[in-house]
Design a protein around this ligand. Structure first.
Ligand SMILES: [Mg+2]
Length: 261
């Protein structure tokens, strides 16, 4: 069996070190609604389509407790609608400021292309956000052949609909692809499609630090952050982990070798 295509996530994987743009936006939206929540809760289901992510946060024990103490009731679908309506413009406003292409990504993509891999991408961002992101990334040398948003296919992660549509357009089978992303939702998307998956640790949501914050941590803190991120992604079913896309190639080659045994 050959691997013919690689499908990458966006924030925390190919752009936006630490997946900060969506977290910082959620950290504005929930307090505005009078219900601040810890960052760990806001990050827990990162990678879902944004409306689904907000609705999922409202099911978390911390959100239910917060709503019961502040408005004095359970959070509702209309709370999700209001939060999402507030989220959209704030996310657009700060998206590009936090979304430079990560170091080494254009070079890594060039080597993947030279090895014959097609390059696709999926996201939890809306089509409008993805259009802005992709145009910005193109100016920095990252141009996946396909950039798919949940709106294009009617459902986001953990549904495999986006990756199936990429397979259809590339004319490849799901088991000929590897899904690469920084959240358990990314891993679920790939697994639900029957693909091998690689979890991204250092640059992603599970470590959750900007490049400057990462550089300011001690080597032992870095090791424990990487271990926790690896454990979370492997526990979600990832076949392997890599610290960044720039360090993915040996992991991809190991999956290819294993698949051809
Ligand atoms: Mg991500």
């Amino acid at each position: 069996m050959a691997i013919r295509a690689l499908i990458f996530d966006w924030a925390g994987t190919t752009v936006d070190h630490g997946s900060l743009a969506p977290v910082l936006t959620l950290e504005r939206v929930f307090p505005q609604a009078g219900v601040p929540l810890p960052q760990a809760v806001l990050r827990r289901d990162m990678g879902l389509a944004k409306r689904d992510h907000i609705a999922r946060i409202l099911l978390e024990a911390e959100a239910i407790a917060a709503w019961q103490s502040a408005p004095g009731r359970l959070p509702s679908e209309s709370d999700a609608d209001a939060l999402y309506a507030a989220f959209l413009p704030l996310q657009m406003e700060c998206l590009l400021a936090y979304s430079p292409v990560l170091a080494g990504v254009p070079e890594a993509m060039e080597s993947f292309r030279q090895l014959g891999y097609r390059i696709g991408s999926t996201t939890g961002y809306t089509r409008a956000m993805l259009d802005a992101l992709a145009a910005n990334a193109a100016t920095q040398g990252y141009r996946p052949e396909i950039a798919m948003s949940p709106e294009d296919v009617g459902s986001g992660r953990p549904s495999p609909a986006m990756v199936f549509e990429i397979c259809r357009r590339f004319g490849v089978a799901p088991h000929e692809c590897i899904k690469i992303g920084d959240t358990p939702s990314d891993i679920a998307e790939g697994r639900n499609a029957g693909m091998a998956t690689i979890g991204i640790t250092r640059t992603g949501n599970m470590v959750g630090l900007s490049l400057a914050e990462w550089a300011a941590t001690t080597p032992s803190q870095q090791q424990s952050l990487l271990s926790a991120a690896s454990a979370a992604l492997l526990n979600a079913g990832a076949d392997a982990v890599a610290e960044s896309v720039a360090e993915c190639l040996p992991v991809i080659q190991a999956i290819v070798r294993r698949a051809s045994i």
